[in-house]
Design a protein around this ligand. Structure first.
Ligand code: CS2
Ligand code: MN
Length: 357
């Protein structure tokens, strides 16, 4: 297991590399070129610039989150082959810098969705919250809320330039059924698998968050059956998962420790996040401590440990604590606490099983 920390880049993150360096156990920075639009090639000089920044602190750059997939690929639009070729070129360029895992998602229009970015918790901290009844058919109210609340820090999938074209985006996805979306995902992966082999890069899909259809848009990676379908649809060791315990764990029906046990060998990247369920499908993100939420953090870590997981792992969203001003879910303090919790459980399991680390 290699511990990592997501960082949005110089001038684009409230957290500095120097701060991350002081969190015990972090070897890798999970990074991306956040200025790139989906479909653009990531140029060597741009990747090199990030490498120089990370080298100063001795961090690896093995995991990219995300190389976003162009809407034409998701919808099966006319230019998809052009954008797939660009994606392949980006993979080739990333391989030159030792990138081993590319996280991406195949969610239509939005990335993760929350109705409250700063929901107060009883301890005085705030966290991301989802209230089912607030998700209407029309997403424009939500889009306004996100734009007004995230000032200065864009949220993945909710970037102002995308939100400005919401109507067109919805039109684009109108004719795309769930089965067509599956077909388009399969087509995309089959086209890029040969390059993944050549470059030794694993593609690791991030589950849909929340794991159910929203705003009338289909969502694919929502439960164990979907994960099984996804992995057998393109049965290739380079077709992998980013197993996000909080995304799949937002649904009470999903047993995350069981999913980890079953598919451990195909998980390239683990996101550890805890979630508390409320009646009616509402949920709140909470601290990483097992008893604060419902996903079974200790059993999840145990499943990775006992499964011999040697991929990359990171704490996913944290709460906002100690008055920190940061990108929603991506502050320093609570994610650092999360790392210490994950490592505490992991190191204990190692010791109990007679390992020497
Ligand atoms: C992330 C996702 O913040 C998060 O929940 O895990 O936004 C993730 O980066 C994307 O879905 C991957 O494309
Ligand atoms: Mn995640």
């Amino acid at each position: 297991m290699k511990m990592s920390f997501r960082w949005y880049g110089e001038g684009n993150d409230s957290v500095s590399l120097a701060q991350i360096k002081q969190i015990p156990g972090v070897e890798e920075i999970v990074w991306a070129l956040h200025d790139k639009q989906p479909g653009e090639v990531w140029e060597i000089s741009e990747i090199e610039a990030v490498k120089k920044q990370l080298d100063k602190y001795g961090f690896g750059m093995s995991v990219v989150e995300s190389v976003n997939v162009h809407d034409d690929i998701k919808t099966g639009g006319g230019n998809r082959d052009k954008y797939i070729e660009n994606y392949r070129q980006t993979l080739r360029n990333l391989a030159k810098f030792g990138v081993k895992v590319v996280c991406y998602n195949f969610m239509p229009v939005f990335d993760w969705t929350r109705t409250d970015l700063f929901h107060p918790l009883p301890d005085g901290s705030t966290a991301l919250f989802y209230e089912k009844s607030k998700i209407k058919q029309d997403p424009s109210e939500m889009a306004d809320y996100i734009l007004n609340t995230t000032k200065g820090y864009t949220m993945p999938g909710w970037e102002p330039e995308r939100l400005a074209h919401l109507k067109e985006l919805f039109e684009l996805y109108k004719p795309v059924s769930k089965e067509q979306l599956w077909d388009n995902l399969k087509y995309f992966l089959e086209q890029i698998m040969p390059v993944c082999h050549e470059c030794d890069i694993k593609m690791a899909i991030h589950p849909d968050d929340p794991p159910w259809d929203i705003f009338g848009l289909p969502r694919l990676i929502t439960d164990e059956a979907a994960v099984g379908r996804f992995l057998s649809m393109v049965d290739d060791p380079y077709n992998c998962l980013t197993l996000c315990s909080g995304s799949l764990g937002a649904s009470e029906a999903n047993n995350i420790p069981e999913i980890v046990k079953k598919y451990c060998s195909r998980i390239a990247f683990a996101h550890i996040r805890n979630v508390k369920h409320y009646p009616g499908g509402d949920f709140s993100e909470v601290s990483h401590r097992d008893c604060d939420g419902d996903v079974g953090i200790i059993d999840i870590i145990r499943a990775y440990h006992d499964g011999g997981f040697d991929g990359y792992i990171r704490p996913d969203h944290g709460r906002h604590i100690w008055d920190e001003k940061c990108r929603p879910g991506y502050g320093l303090y609570d994610r650092a606490l999360g790392i210490m919790y994950i490592l505490g459980v992991w190191d204990t399991l190692e010791k109990l099983s007679g390992g020497n680390k």
